[in-house]
Design a protein. Structure first.
Length: 181
């Protein structure tokens, strides 16, 4: 299948939900709710990119996606449904505004388009400060690079577990300033 405007993906490990943890050699559920957005699978393998696409995401890459991509829900009649992006079996369509990071092979993640990720200072209550962890070309053209301390606007606390850390996904425009010593 070759899409016209979206990327096609499959959930990593074939699982829609990342809701189990190994505790002392026993696989345990940490949530059994389909509505729990914190345990939906956020990692997908790209199977196909759009016709004439010239961007950086390629088939075989792992992408970090929106929490609703693989999530099931119940309609008004109480019937279980897959999200609008579900095509068949374990294949899903994802718009580029729902794919935030990508990585190829053993390389580290890179931000897609205008997205970036910040590791927040959780010790500073009501202070929207953190370290830029994944950048993009636009923010780097403004002189801000990975490792820089930044202030970001409110309502950017869309948390993602990436490589064992909680990071906030935001747009370049949400970075307000670079903190210099």
């Amino acid at each position: 299948m070759t899409p016209l405007n979206t990327i096609l993906v499959r959930p990593v490990n074939g699982k829609r939900y990342d809701n189990t943890r190994n505790v002392g050699g026993v696989e345990m559920y940490i949530s059994v709710s389909q509505e729990d957005h914190l345990t939906t699978q956020r990692f997908a393998e790209v199977t196909s990119v759009p016709v004439n696409y010239t961007g950086s995401v390629l088939p075989g890459d792992i992408v970090v996606v929106h929490h609703n991509v693989f999530r099931k829900f119940y309609d008004m009649q109480g019937k279980e449904k897959s999200g609008f992006g579900h095509i068949i079996d374990d294949v899903y369509m994802v718009d580029f505004d729902q794919a935030y990071l990508y990585k190829r092979g053993d390389n580290d993640f890179k931000a897609v388009d205008s997205f970036c990720f910040v590791k927040p200072d959780i010790d500073k209550v009501d202070c929207f400060e953190g370290v830029l962890t994944y950048s993009n070309d636009e923010i780097e053209s403004k002189g801000i690079k990975v490792g820089d301390r930044v202030l970001f606007s409110q309502h950017c606390n869309y948390a993602f577990p990436i490589n064992g850390e909680t990071l906030y996904r935001m747009y370049t425009k949400d970075i307000c300033l670079k903190i210099t010593e």
